[in-house]
Design a protein around this ligand. Structure first.
Ligand code: F0G
Length: 436
């Protein structure tokens, strides 16, 4: 069997490198890299059976919702460098309120916020950390809008690696910053935006011999593929019509598309779901790229803006992969306003589910896509909620108390606001309020 390899994603190049090479871009053409393997020996039916059986196992590797599907991500030669916090294993949750709001008969969320550090980043990070250990690295770094850093801090510390994180000063939520500190990461708040810091960190990583764990790292993408594997396993391998997800640096879009293509090639599913990627209006370079069909260059946004700080990215590195995946799946890219994100988020909250702002872009996007007739009301749709409701409590409080303001200072109406009431310590007065 062909050993795992790193392959340049650029069709014109396709240069191949050993899987243990410490590179993030193709040394020949600068293109993105991806992991490539021969197909597994087992049939699709066998794989499905093995994965289902592992759900009842007590072995840590089988309990992980990532490593359970290890036949889809066979880049390691042994599994003794794997550190798992039992990532993945996230539920499918149906919401009638959200379906109605989105103009659909039914809507199911795959809630990645149920991960150990509260976001989908854990699926990729267990793989990135394993590769770092396998390469003999001692320090790992990332630039992050918050969730990657929280996740990397946890996995690096669990693996005995030193985590160093770079975040845009004042532009990540306290929940995420707090996690990085608690999990023991050296935390550097830089006076620059995500895109500028990524350029800086890439230089530093090379100079200081630090392993980079941003989503440009192809092993992170491998781990995030298992979100799709688990989703289909949970659906008895019935592919939905649509998979809707928020787009920031576009690592997830790349991972989902690769996973779905590979699973189709292996006969695990019989058709490709369409990907719908939703961006925030003030940070929507991928939307603009698709709209103008300028297939050669991404129109980067120099000063990206959105309160959904997780997706406040103007120059997403994975856009060539994401473009390929959206095109191959006959997908779409939509953008949504701050008001639309805020209201959609409150609807997801009222369903008892909850999520962070970036995740709610999915429902806001669905509402637009159904209104435009692009997504039919009776479509089978899964929206991926990428982060936990408690990641950004400040946003929630401001929305419900009518204090939320868009980045340009304009107020966001709290259409579904839910103000806390200050009351006297007086049973009669309280009874009157509740009774009314
Ligand atoms: N949703 C959440 C909650 C995120 O944290 C991110 C990315 C995205 C969506 C977008 O995913 O980049 O794969 O398109 N957060 C990164 C971070 C950039 O640093 O935590 P993407």
């Amino acid at each position: 069997m062909m050993p795992a390899e790193l392959v340049c994603f650029e069709e014109k190049c396709r240069a191949r490198y050993p899987i243990t090479e410490v590179i993030y871009n193709c040394p020949q053409c600068g293109g993105l890299l991806e992991a490539a393997y021969d197909p597994p020996e087992q049939s699709a039916l066998m794989l499905k059976r093995i994965w289902r059986e592992r759900r009842t196992s007590n072995a840590p590797l089988d309990q992980s919702g990532v490593w359970r599907y290890r036949e889809l991500i066979p880049f390691l030669s042994t599994y003794n460098c794997v550190v798992t916090l039992r990532e993945g294993n996230t539920p499918l949750l149906e919401s009638r309120q959200a379906a109605q709001y989105g103009g659909l008969d039914r809507l199911v969320f795959k809630h990645q916020g149920f991960n150990p550090t509260g976001s989908f980043k854990d699926n990729g990070m267990t793989c990135g950390a394993a590769q770092a250990l396998r390469l003999g690295m001692t320090r790992v770094a990332c630039v992050s809008t918050g969730n990657t850093s929280a996740s990397m801090a946890a996995y690096a510390s669990a693996a005995g690696l030193q985590p160093i994180i770079f975040i845009p000063h004042g532009n990540i939520s306290y929940g995420k910053l707090a996690q990085a500190l608690e999990y023991g990461a050296r935390t550097l708040q830089v006076e620059a935006n995500f895109d500028q810091i990524l350029a800086l960190v890439r230089k530093l990583a090379e100079r200081l011999g630090i392993y980079l764990l941003n989503s440009i790292n192809p092993f992170r993408i491998e781990g995030q593929k298992t979100i799709m594997a688990e989703l289909l396993d949970q659906r008895e391998w019935r592919a939905p019509d649509w998979i809707v997800l928020p787009g920031g640096n576009l690592g997830n879009t790349s991972a989902f598309g690769k996973a779905l293509r590979e699973m189709k090639e292996l006969g695990l599913i019989d058709r490709l779901p369409r990907l719908a990627v939703i961006q925030a209006e003030g940070s929507a370079p991928f939307y603009e790229l698709m709209r103008h069909r300028r297939r050669t260059r991404l129109p980067a946004v120099e000063h990206p803006e959105t309160l959904a700080t997780a997706i406040k990215i103007g120059d997403p590195v994975s856009w060539p992969k994401a473009l390929h995946e959206v095109t191959t799946s006959e997908g779409v890219v939509e953008k949504v306003s701050e008001q639309e994100i805020a209201d959609a988020k409150a609807v997801i909250g009222r369903s008892g589910i909850g999520c962070e702002p970036a995740s709610a872009a999915t429902l806001a996007g669905i509402r637009k896509l159904t209104a435009a007739g692009i997504m039919a009301a009776d479509s089978d749709v899964v929206a991926v909620l990428t982060g936990h409701v408690l990641k950004d409590p400040d946003y929630i409080y401001r929305y419900h108390t009518g204090e939320l303001k868009a980045p340009d200072g304009s107020p966001i109406a709290s259409h579904l606001g839910n103000q806390p009431l200050v009351v006297q310590n007086d049973a009669d007065a309280i009874a009157r309020i509740i009774g009314s």
